[in-house]
Design a protein around this ligand. Sequence first.
Ligand SMILES: Cc1cc2nc3c(=O)[nH]c(=O)nc-3n(C[C@H](O)[C@H](O)[C@H](O)COP(=O)(O)OP(=O)(O)OC[C@H]3O[C@@H](n4cnc5c(N)ncnc54)[C@H](O)[C@@H]3O)c2cc1C
Length: 385
Amino acid sequence: MLDDVDLLVCGAGPAGCVVAERAASVLGWKVLVIDQRNHVAGNCYDSFHSSGVMVHNYGPHYFRTNDADLLAYLSRFTDWVPATYEVRSSVGGRLYPFPINLTTIERYFGVDLDPAAAERLLDSRREVFPAPANSEEFVRGRVGRELYEAFYLNYTRKQWGRHPRELAPGVCGRIPVRLDRDHRYVGHRYQVMPRAGFTALFRRMLRHRKIRVVLDCPFREVQNLVRPRRATVYTGPVDDYFGRRFGPLPYRSLRFDLVPHHTRFVQPCVQINYPNDFRYTRSVEIKHVTGQTHPHTVVSYETPTAAGDPYYPVPAADSAAMYNRYRDLADRETTRRRVHFCGRLAQYRYFNTDEVIQEALSCFQRIRRECGDRVPSASSAAVSA
Ligand SMILES: Cc1cc2nc3c(=O)[nH]c(=O)nc-3n(C[C@H](O)[C@H](O)[C@H](O)COP(=O)(O)OP(=O)(O)OC[C@H]3O[C@@H](n4cnc5c(N)ncnc54)[C@H](O)[C@@H]3O)c2cc1C
């Protein structure tokens, strides 16, 4: 039994790394971080393809935030390069800026427009859904049926394996529609990439004399062997933790096919969406934003799948209801055993990286408040599900 650890962290993704770093740096706690994968950084992991080109192994990660304090915190562990995340959608063999903007509308309808004229055009196409109940109604109410069918319908179907009618309004609704020529994927104040990559950033975060990292280590292997004095932070799937007793939470998975090319660039921008062609949803040439100078490039083709690693919690009513049952168990586990559930998988919620880091900082503050000033007996802090 290992009982000289203050904090046990399951998962060396962004959430686990941040809590571990804070506990070690601020409180001087001894932290053990374990991960079942053979690397740190979770889904933000990047690495060098055999060609020498940096790739994002689990899909493109575009770092963006509006929070200057959060950026300052992360800047302790990395320098940054400025980045422009530009996405185009391939519709009928032509590339259009996406999210839809003034240029998209002009090109699609073959007319020159100013913002007021574009608004009038959309107004003439919009359908009336006073209280949109799902993503289809939301988008048709915003841009009309034609643009919905061209840009959203099949992309969403491929991405989620469900019709937009079965998905909450916010799934498609969070993608903006712009009546200006802003061609950036997102509108955040800070859009930057870690100069040496995400893996280097999180490795550096964990480089602390009070933090030990054990890789290739599933939680179940240490669950009954490590008895943390203070708390446990669990960032794995919440349903796994509880033995899937209410059934498995549904996830969407992805397959990534990396194709190297002996040329500097293949695509005009970092990401091309394919709503209506192919089985893959998008092709990503991450080199456009990593800042790497290299004579070759690699394009990743992303195909959504039902089975595989859990990537996206499915944002639908049935999965939310199941998650709520697990969340009740998780809340009880936090109270009884000081096991804190934090992150994308543990909270069954899609977070961008800045958002999950914010969650992890809040989680750390909760732990600090709850047990920062007292040393619980080893037995009361035992980890078991
Ligand atoms: C395809 C894709 C694209 C994305 N693009 C962006 C983007 O452009 N910009 C952005 O800001 N965010 C993006 N994200 C979101 C980003 O990946 C997450 O916000 C972030 O990785 C969540 O961090 P986390 O620590 O909660 O989870 P994860 O990164 O998933 O880390 C969890 C870790 O826990 C480990 N683990 C799980 N279960 C166990 C267990 N039982 N035992 C041991 N270890 C375990 C896993 O191996 C993993 O390393 C994207 C996500 C995906 C899937």
